[in-house]
Design a protein. Structure first.
Length: 178
């Protein structure tokens, strides 16, 4: 019997952009609304999760979206950036790095193993892209996500600011060598 879960590379289309905008808004809101002001959440969601913003991201040749589909419903996704400079010193080159800019699944699917399956596919994609490392930023207060990434072998290598509306927050920068 085959699994009903499929992880596919997203098509670079307006329909996919609309789907990602809705999914991105929902998953980001589910993950962070309780710890942030409504005004900051609205400003961030409006700036980053419109269909137009998602279409621009989809059309970027250095961006790959992986969609997690469960029986034809998209229940999670990862946004990957090739040649990431996250955590690099200015004089270093990023050719061999892949960044996980987003990895979210719907709240109802947390704890089912779907996130781990998606992360394994991210690491597989990094290897296919000949990356030697995977990097990501994670909010220092998102302990569940930090523990998730540590189970995959990610280590803290630095930090940087993340602006949510008017709130300047601190993200940890994590790295996993391949």
């Amino acid at each position: 019997m085959t699994s009903p879960l499929r992880i596919i590379v997203a098509k670079r289309s307006a329909a996919t952009a609309a789907q990602l905008a809705a999914l991105g808004r929902q998953t980001f809101h589910e993950t962070f609304a309780a710890q942030n002001s409504a005004a900051d959440m609205t400003a961030y969601l409006d700036a980053n999760f419109s269909p137009e913003a998602q279409l621009a991201e989809l059309q970027d040749p250095n961006t790959i979206f992986l969609l997690a589909q469960m029986v034809q419903e998209v229940v999670g996704y990862a946004k990957l950036r090739l040649h990431s400079t996250l955590g690099l010193e200015p004089d270093k080159t990023p050719e061999d790095r892949l960044e996980v800019e987003r990895l979210y699944i719907l709240e109802d699917w947390i704890g089912t193993g779907l996130g781990a399956t998606l992360m394994r596919r991210v690491i597989e994609e990094a290897r296919q892209q000949k990356a030697r490392a995977v990097v990501l930023g994670v909010w220092e207060k998102n302990t569940r996500a930090i523990e998730f990434y540590r189970r995959f072998g990610f280590k803290t290598i630095g930090q940087h600011e993340f602006v949510l509306g008017h709130d300047v927050q601190n993200d940890l920068i994590l790295r996993k060598g391949l």
